[in-house]
Design a protein around this ligand. Structure first.
Ligand SMILES: Nc1ncnc2c1ncn2[C@@H]1O[C@H](COP(=O)(O)OP(=O)(O)O)[C@@H](O)[C@H]1O
Ligand code: SF4
Ligand SMILES: [Mg+2]
Length: 364
């Protein structure tokens, strides 16, 4: 089956009235939008069929502190299973925290109901990892993009909806004439564009991008990342951009948080985290990032991590990384290291944090 071609999107930018308000119409850049304070999500582990007993808890998210400011992109990186998707579900109110809080524009999400919660759900949108399963196969692309307007009718007057849907498709680089096609008629990258149009349709402030390019071919990944960057500039959007690979977030992030087994182990500007990584886990993750500059290859420090990620139902005492850490000492088993700056210029949760150049810096 032939795939629909992508349009240039050239005609669209000025016409998209359903897209978010322009960057200048929003609040000041740098204003704090989202704040996670000691955020926790523990899922009960149950046993038995008729009489379920709780025999423990999966500590999927276990004390995450992060801030997202207006107009910026924060990258959240960590191996599969470390709790990234649970953070994103908490942020879009698909899950409720078991501890800690999420503040949006200074207000606690847990205290929102009715109109305030409805507005929050509109303003904080999500794009999922898997464009194949996140789109309803029985709905046309037009209906998928317009679906949110049935709840948020004030965003798009009924009589203009088809035109507005087509403008959105055009803006994300899809041919507006394909509004009546079904998701299976599109490629993976095009499906992800449909997901982006669906999020944009609600004029969001924040988009949580949960591994939006992980399921795509490398050649398509950059196109989708570039589209997200263009939309951010145009509409003043803020992104939490999740990935399991540091190389993906480097290009797009202003700041990066590295997550391991439910909590943040290092955070800083992309420059700080890439040039002076200070937590052993960040150093190991960076050492596995592919280098695109041929003359730098071979100069990279290779760090091979030993062992598997421990179960979040039974995390190690003290520092959670200690079972895989080559620098571990006695104190690491008894005292959890705080996420603070120990002289590296940015916070790392390691008793023995020490900046180390893992990826050579290109001075050309
Ligand atoms: N609904 C759930 N019930 C029980 N455990 C869950 C649930 N959702 C996620 N988990 C567990 O929480 C941990 C973190 O999962 P997830 O947030 O999907 O990680 P990531 O997105 O980083 O791969 C995993 O061990 C996962 O099995
Ligand atoms: S606190 Fe100890 S175990 Fe944890 S990362 Fe630092 S050196 Fe390794
Ligand atoms: Mg995930």
């Amino acid at each position: 089956m032939s795939e629909p071609s992508e349009s240039t999107g050239a005609t669209a930018a000025s016409a998209v009235s359903t897209a978010p308000a322009s960057a200048s119409a929003r609040g000041p850049l740098g204003e704090t939008l989202l704040e996670m304070r000691d955020l926790q999500k523990h899922f009960p582990l149950t046993q038995g069929v008729l009489f379920k007993r709780t025999i423990g808890h999966v500590r999927a998210v276990d004390g995450v502190n992060m801030t997202l400011r207006r107009g910026e992109t924060v990258g959240l990186v960590g191996e599969s299973g470390c709790g990234k998707s649970t953070v994103s579900k908490l942020l879009v109110a698909l899950e409720k925290p078991t501890g800690g809080s999420i503040l949006y524009k200074g207000k606690d999400l847990a205290g929102m109901s009715g109109r305030a919660l409805k507005e929050y759900r509109r303003e904080v949108q999500i794009i999922f990892q898997d464009p194949y399963s996140s789109l309803n196969p029985r709905m046309t692309v037009g209906d998928i993009v317009a679906e949110g307007w049935s709840v948020h009718a004030d965003i798009a007057p009924r009589k203009n909806r088809l035109e507005r849907t087509q403008e959105l498709l055009d803006r994300v680089g899809l041919n507006p004439d394909y509004v009546n096609r079904y998701p299976h008629q599109f490629s993976g990258g095009q499906r992800q564009r449909i997901g982006i149009a669906r999020a944009l349709a609600l004029r969001p402030e924040v988009i949580v991008c949960d591994e939006p390019v992980s399921a795509l071919d490398v050649s398509v990944q950059a196109q989708v990342v570039n589209l997200l960057e263009d939309l951010q500039d145009e509409f003043g959007l803020s992104y939490l951009f999740i990935a399991h690979d540091l190389s993906v977030v480097r290009h797009i992030s202003d700041r990066v948080s590295v997550m391991y087994l439910g909590s943040i182990v290092e955070e800083g500007t992309d420059e700080q985290v890439y040039t002076t990584p200070s937590h052993p886990y960040t150093q190991a993750l960076l050492s596995s990032v592919p280098l695109h500059e041929p003359h730098l290859r071979g100069q990279k420090d290779r760090i091979l991590l030993q062992g598997d990620v421990p179960s979040p139902a039974d995390p190690p005492s003290g520092c959670r990384f200690r079972t895989r850490c080559w620098k571990a000492q006695d104190i690491c088993a008894t005292e959890a290291p705080a996420l603070v700056d120990r002289g590296q210029g940015h916070p790392a949760a390691c008793h023995f944090a020490e900046a180390r150049t893992v990826v050579p810096v290109d001075v050309d």
